[in-house]
Design a protein around this ligand. Structure first.
Ligand SMILES: O=C(CO)[C@H](O)[C@H](O)COP(=O)(O)O
Length: 232
C-alpha cells in the first residue's frame, strides 16, 4: 500500500480503509475517482487478498479502472449489474445536508451515474472537505459538449458564474466521455444548490454538473481524532 505523505493523506487513507471495511461478501461496488478513492481501492484489494469475495467492482473512470485492474480487483459494468449495492467516492465539498460538489478529477458524469445506480452512496474525505455552504472554496465543475462551449459559457456567465475552461498541460482537458469541463466560480457561494443545478441543466449542451444532491447517504471522515461516520 502507498505510504501516506502528509496528515491529509493519512486522513484520506483512514477514510478509504474504513469505507472498504463496509463492503460485504457478494456485493457489487462502485469505485470513485481521486486520491481518497485510490486509498479505498488499495484497501479493497487488500481485503480481497485476505479472502473477501465480491461479485465485482464498477470503476468511475479510466484511472480507477487501471488502478483496480492492476490490483486484481474483479471488475464488472452497469450492463451486467445495473444496480450497485454500494458506491464509495471522494468529494471536493460536503455541506451539512450531505450535498456535494464533485469533479476536480474530471470524472463527475460517470461518478454521478454510479452514485445514482447505487442503493447506498458513501462519501469518503478528510476534514478539509466539510463546508457550511457549497461553492465558497471550490468552483463547480460542469461537463459540456465541446461544440457548444461559447454559448454555454455566455449562459453560465449570465447565471453569475465566473467561467474557466479547464486545461491540462496547456490544452483543454478532455473527459473520459470526450467532453470539456467549465469550472464555475460563484463569488457569493451557492445558496440554493437545487435551483442552480436546474438552471445549469436547462442549458442545451450541458452534460452534467458536479452538484450531487440527494445522493449521498453517509460520510466517512478520517481526521486527527480518528474516523467519524455520519450518520452512524
Ligand atoms: O470528484 C472527484 C473526481 O472527479 C473526487 O472524488 C474529488 O475531486 C476528491 O478528490 P480527492 O479525493 O483527490 O481529494
Amino acid at each position: 500500500m502507498t505510504s501516506p505523505r502528509s496528515p491529509q493523506d493519512t486522513w484520506k487513507q483512514m477514510a478509504g480503509v474504513a469505507a472498504a471495511n463496509l463492503i460485504q461478501e457478494g456485493m457489487v461496488v462502485g469505485l470513485g475517482t481521486g486520491s481518497t478513492a485510490a486509498y479505498l481501492v488499495q484497501a479493497l484489494s487488500q481485503r480481497i487478498q485476505q479472502g473477501l469475495q465480491i461479485v465485482g467492482a464498477v470503476p468511475s473512470s479510466q484511472a480507477t479502472y487501471d488502478l483496480a485492474a492492476s490490483l486484481n480487483i474483479p471488475l464488472t459494468d452497469l450492463d451486467i449489474h445495473p444496480e450497485l449495492d454500494m458506491y464509495i467516492d471522494g468529494a471536493d465539498e460536503i455541506d451539512p445536508q450531505l450535498r456535494l460538489i464533485k469533479g476536480a478529477g474530471g470524472a463527475l458524469l460517470r461518478e454521478k451515474i454510479l452514485a445514482s445506480a447505487a442503493r447506498r452512496f458513501v462519501v469518503i474525505a478528510d476534514p478539509s472537505k466539510k463546508v457550511t455552504q457549497l461553492g465558497h472554496r471550490f468552483p463547480l465543475p460542469v461537463e459540456i459538449v465541446p461544440l457548444a462551449k461559447t454559448p454555454i459559457k455566455l449562459k453560465l456567465s449570465k447565471l453569475g458564474a465566473q467561467v474557466e475552461l479547464r486545461h491540462r498541460d496547456n490544452i483543454p482537458f478532455i473527459t473520459d466521455n470526450h467532453n470539456y469541463i467549465f469550472d464555475c466560480t460563484f463569488p457569493q457561494g451557492i445558496s440554493n444548490p437545487a435551483e442552480v443545478d436546474a438552471q445549469i441543466h436547462s442549458i442545451v449542451g450541458v452534460v452534467e454538473t458536479g452538484l450531487f444532491l440527494n445522493l449521498a447517504q453517509q460520510v466517512v471522515i478520517g481526521g486527527p481524532e480518528g474516523v467519524q461516520i455520519f450518520p452512524q
